[in-house]
Design a protein. Structure first.
Length: 312
């Protein structure tokens, strides 16, 4: 992880080297977003009025990512800076923001004011052990997996763009209304199509879908908790298998961004002990385009797969 002093030195050097001829001859707002969902929402709202830089490449671990010098240059010349908050991209808030000149920049913490899910004591302990970073307030940072919360985050982006570039307010407003319709229609699909679910629990390799579960009235059980760096114990598998057999649930969800090893181990042990075939399905984490699917297409596929696991 970059130290604050190192960042100050790099940014200062970059600023000296960053002369006017480095700036592209464009009237577009320069927007820097820490990761895919925020960059995607900004592009949907801002269209061709923005030049967007996404810091973390698609489908890359967010928590412990480190910026390059080129990333710092992009941040330095940005008009609008977007980050998730809730200690997801803590390196941005703790190391980068204090090290740059924020004059005339709009900094948007997209989860500010949003009600966050508090982690249980087990997840708090596991997260602190694995990445040695105490999540601020011990909250689940994976807000964007919920359509309704993601819509609130996108609205904060819309508000910032309008305030920074009021001349294009009508353009942004029209595109924001279109994006709202996408959010609301898919949220309605989730509520309608899961309303008759016969099961109340899903079993995942990575417990990062708490906001999704909370939004649509089911519970997640994970092989590992919030952090993808955890190592599950044998007792974790045993407990999950007991619950799955008790509830006659034979679907395991894996996120294609991460290894399927945990999900595959759960499947194998469940089949061995229950004698029942177990299905592995994808539950997308929306950290980037994957399998040819964008944010909303991944959410749609998640609904299709959830209906199988929840027997809806």
């Amino acid at each position: 992880m970059f130290g604050t002093i190192t960042l100050i030195i790099i940014v200062a050097a970059a600023t000296i080297l960053f002369t006017p001829q480095n700036i592209a001859e464009t009237d577009k707002l320069n927007v820097v977003a820490t990761f895919y969902p925020l960059a995607y929402f900004a592009e949907e709202i801002g269209g061709d009025k923005l030049s967007i830089k996404q810091l973390i490449p698609d489908n890359t671990e967010v928590h412990n990512w480190q910026p390059s010098t080129q990333d710092l240059l992009a941040i330095e010349k940005a008009d609008v800076l977007l980050y998730n908050g809730a200690s997801l991209d803590h390196w941005f808030e703790e190391d980068i923001l204090p090290s740059i000149d924020l004059t005339n920049k709009f900094v948007v913490e997209t989860t500010e004011g949003i009600q966050l899910l508090e982690l249980d004591q087990n997840h708090q302990h596991e997260t602190q052990e694995s990445d040695q970073h105490d999540h601020e307030g011990n909250y689940d940072p994976h807000t964007w997996v919920s359509l309704k919360i993601a819509e609130q985050q996108a609205e904060k982006i819309y508000d910032a763009l309008v305030e920074k570039d009021p001349d294009n307010a009508d353009y942004f407003s029209e595109r924001w209304q279109t994006l709202q319709v996408k959010f609301d229609e898919l949220d309605n699909n989730y509520r309608t199509e899961l309303s008759d679910k016969k099961k109340e629990e899903i079993f995942v390799s990575h417990s990062a879908f708490g906001y999704l579960a909370n939004s649509y009235g089911f519970e997640q059980h994970g092989v590992i908790g919030i952090s993808a760096d955890e190592q599950p114990s044998a007792s974790t598998y045993t407990n999950l298998i007991e619950i799955m057999i008790q509830h006659e649930t034979y679907v395991v969800y894996v996120d294609p961004v991460y290894s399927e090893d945990y999900g595959q181990t759960l499947k194998n042990e469940l089949e061995r002990l229950s004698g029942h075939d177990v299905q592995i399905l994808k539950l997308y984490f929306m950290l980037g385009e994957i399998d040819g699917l964008d944010y909303f297409e991944q959410q749609t596929k998640n609904l299709e797969n959830l209906k199988i696991g929840l027997d809806a």
